[in-house]
Design a protein around this ligand. Structure first.
Ligand code: SAH
Ligand code: SF4
Ligand code: F3S
Length: 493
């Protein structure tokens, strides 16, 4: 970086410019030390900027997409807080970051729409900076569009280099022009960076990054890169620290947790990792997302049945019930194999709550194929299902397949599926009425200040009388009435 590139945004004197450049050049090469060095440097710069503004500077990270992105946002927030920014929920902030998703086209369009708004806010606030990161930024056409039509954005980075956010933050604090840093892929995993958890009592924990499955409709492998598993020791240490810090429940995160550990130097299975995790004293609950049916082993099913700490819930994406469509989707299981798997799981873990993802209108899907999907839905009887209209993602094999299904046909199928899913879910969810269940209290009820809201191990919500002091604790609650997707209850003391 040259002296003349320096900002702008803070009115640095010449001496300070030299000083900053020198400090940037002196950064250590090893990680995470390098990032901690940049956090300190960012702190100095933010302090300077804050003096100039005459107030504390604020930030707001807006998350689109999945749990993986939510966890990444907590990492960004940890670094921004370290650098001296104050957290705000409001986009009228001095640093607004959109952590984007591109799994479906509409996720993508929402970001462009909201960016226009941010620009208006920026024109009113001379201290404001805008950052964009996440999966959408890994698509070259998106970055081209930003460079051309969204020049007011200060920082653009992707999913592979998120660990160097502190460094990029410093760069964007001192550079006049848009900072863009996108990597095609990485095999690097940097441990021990700060995280600002959204909840004190539960936390996501990445166990792997990327995906190697290349389902033919899905963009995730292209924007998240190849599958990399974290070292089990690092995962266990992180969870132990979380527990020391008050965490009772962890959600292990990966695009396909069932293939965890295959590419490690000392291979280990996901089931073996789980067995180690449940041994951690003080940890009460373990969840995981997402399980690919093709890799769900008998070993894992057995472990799920053996340890009460493992939550009574499995999200098992179906995508389609038609063996023909599943083959073209490259899912590598048949309708029959999926149904057998469900039976095996239900036998080993009685009462388990099953949820799923389903795509409607994949290229070539006929009425008969769609009926197969309805058939699986009726046979499995999911507690809930996320239903998606197929969205064409350029660069994926499905995007160029012939016989794309017309939108009006998809709409009719989608509505039929949704109705079926909702009817079944309404019948299934109430099956625990009258029983007493363990509930982790997550917060006060949004509408009634005399109630708290908590989650059962099957992931369903329960509202019952209580107060703020109960947040983060496990309670025995009798489930009095089921209201469709949640229960009303009373605590059993
Ligand atoms: N790794 C997870 C899913 C990640 S994406 C898994 O394999 O299950 C979350 C969900 O988005 C997918 O399960 C799928 O149902 C949906 N999805 C992915 N690509 C899509 C597309 N192009 N159109 C519509 N839905 C899609
Ligand atoms: Fe996408 Fe398939 Fe990987 Fe899930 S497993 S992220 S659907 S490619
Ligand atoms: Fe979206 Fe990326 Fe997750 S595309 S669904 S945020 S992995």
């Amino acid at each position: 970086m040259q002296t003349q590139d320096l900002v702008g945004i803070i009115t640095y004197g010449d001496e300070m410019k030299e000083n900053i450049l020198e400090k940037i050049n002196q950064a250590p090469d090893t990680e995470p030390e390098r990032q901690y060095y940049f956090m300190e440097l960012a702190k100095e710069l933010v302090e300077e900027k804050s003096k100039e503004a005459g107030r504390k500077l604020t930030f707001c990270v807006v998350t689109f997409g999945c749990q993986m992105n939510a966890r990444d946002s907590e990492k960004l927030e940890g670094i921004l807080e370290h650098a001296g920014y104050e957290k705000s929920e409001d986009e009228h902030s001095d640093f607004v970051i959109y952590n984007t998703c591109t799994v479906r086209e509409n996720a993508n369009l929402r970001v462009y729409g909201r960016l226009g708004n941010l620009n208006r806010l920026k024109q009113k606030n001379p201290h404001m900076m805008i950052g964009l990161c996440g999966c959408m930024m890994q698509e070259p056409h998106v970055v081209e569009k930003l460079k051309k039509s969204y020049r007011f954005v200060n920082l653009v980075f992707g999913t592979h280099n998120i660990y160097k956010f502190a460094e990029l933050l410093v760069q964007s604090l001192v550079q006049k022009t848009m900072v863009i840093d996108i990597w095609k892929d990485t095999d690097k995993i940097v441990e021990n960076l700060p995280v600002d958890r959204k909840y004190s009592f539960k936390s996501g924990v990445n166990i792997m990054f990327g995906c190697n499955n290349f389902c033919s409709y899905c963009i995730v492998p292209y924007v998240r890169g190849r599958e990399r598993s974290r070292n089990p020791k690092d995962i266990l240490r992180e969870i132990e620290h979380l527990v020391e810090d008050g965490v009772k429940e962890v959600m292990l995160l990966g695009q396909n947790v069932n293939s965890y550990g295959k590419n490690l130097e000392d291979p280990i299975t996901f089931a073996q990792l789980l067995e180690e995790i449940v041994k951690i004293d003080g940890l009460e609950r373990v969840r995981f997302m997402t399980s690919h049916p093709k890799d769900l082993s008998d070993e894992l099913i057995e472990v799920m049945g053996n340890y009460p700490k493992i939550c009574n819930h499995l999200h098992l994406p179906l995508q389609s019930g038609s063996t023909k469509i599943l083959k073209v989707m490259n899912r590598r299981y048949t309708k029959e194999q999926y149904l057998e798997l469900v039976e095996k799981i239900r036998r080993a873990v009685p009462g388990i709550s099953l949820t799923t993802d389903i795509i409607v209108g994949f290229p070539g899907e006929t009425e008969e194929d769609f009926d197969e999907t309805l058939d699986v839905v009726r046979k499995v009887r999911y507690d809930s299902a996320f239903t998606f209209i197929y969205s064409k993602r350029s660069g994926t094999p499905a995007a160029v397949m012939e016989d794309q299904v017309p939108a009006d046909v998809i709409k009719v199928r989608f509505d039929r599926l949704l109705k079926e899913v909702q009817t079944i879910s309404a019948q299934e969810v109430g099956r625990l009425t009258g029983t007493v269940q363990e509930v982790l209290v997550e917060g006060m009820n949004d509408h009634d200040p005399t109630l708290v809201t908590g989650r059962m191990t099957n992931n369903l919500l329960v509202h019952f009388p209580g107060d703020e002091s109960m947040i983060g604790s496990l309670r025995q609650v009798s489930l009095d009435t089921c209201k469709g997707f949640y229960y009303m209850g009373t605590e059993r003391k």
